[in-house]
Write a protein that binds this ligand. Structure first.
Ligand SMILES: [Zn+2]
Length: 191
């Protein structure tokens, strides 16, 4: 477990350093059997220490000191519905979240698994931390590995933390590429 908690801290630092989360936003969790380790509420994902990571059971009972992320129920609902998912990374990464605030859909670009659907799945807005968001996100994710939360952010899931993080990085990069394309297409040619 100690090694796993160290991995959550590493991934937290990495996504913070890459600018996928800022301030005290974003949260990460990993499942180990019937226990979920999750980042705490009201703390920046930069510079977390071992004691900051909160352990909860599948019913949301807190097993250690500290207070889990306000999105803990969203994480738990996803784990309950997806036995193949063991790690969740939730960010408000700026380009992907920009799309989530706009009426533009994010295309699923090549580079991370087969393209089954042309666009990344998304759900309508629900208040962060609410039971409605936990329910709609877990249902809306379906069998997908990425979910766009309208006017809010992004969820990436995988069987391991490193993969979920790489997916979050990839989604942000593809959003950036699509943003640049939209901008270039919106300016007149000067030749
Ligand atoms: Zn959020």
């Amino acid at each position: 477990m100690k090694k796993n908690i160290a991995e959550i801290i590493d991934v937290s630092n990495e996504i913070y350093d890459k600018g996928l989360v800022s301030g005290k936003s974003g949260n990460i969790s990993a499942r180990f059997g019937n226990v979920v380790a999750i980042t705490p509420t009201l703390k920046s994902l930069s510079n977390l220490c071992e004691e900051d990571i909160v352990l909860v059971d599948m019913d949301g009972n807190v097993l250690t000191k500290g207070k889990p992320s306000s999105e803990v129920n969203m994480h738990l609902e996803i784990y309950k519905k997806r036995s193949d998912v063991n790690a969740i990374v939730h960010t408000h990464s700026p380009y992907a979240t920009g799309f989530a605030f706009s009426n533009k859909k994010l295309k699923r670009l090549e580079g991370f698994g087969p393209i089954v659907t042309p666009y990344l799945q998304s759900i309508g807005y629900e208040k962060p931390g609410s039971d409605e968001l936990a329910k709609n996100a877990s249902e809306g994710l379906g069998r997908e590995d990425v979910l766009i939360l309208k006017n809010h952010g992004v969820i990436c899931v995988s069987d391991c933390l490193k993969e979920a993080m790489l997916l979050a990085v990839f989604v942000e990069e593809t959003a950036k590429t699509q943003f640049i394309t939209l901008m270039l297409n919106s300016v007149e040619d000067n030749d």
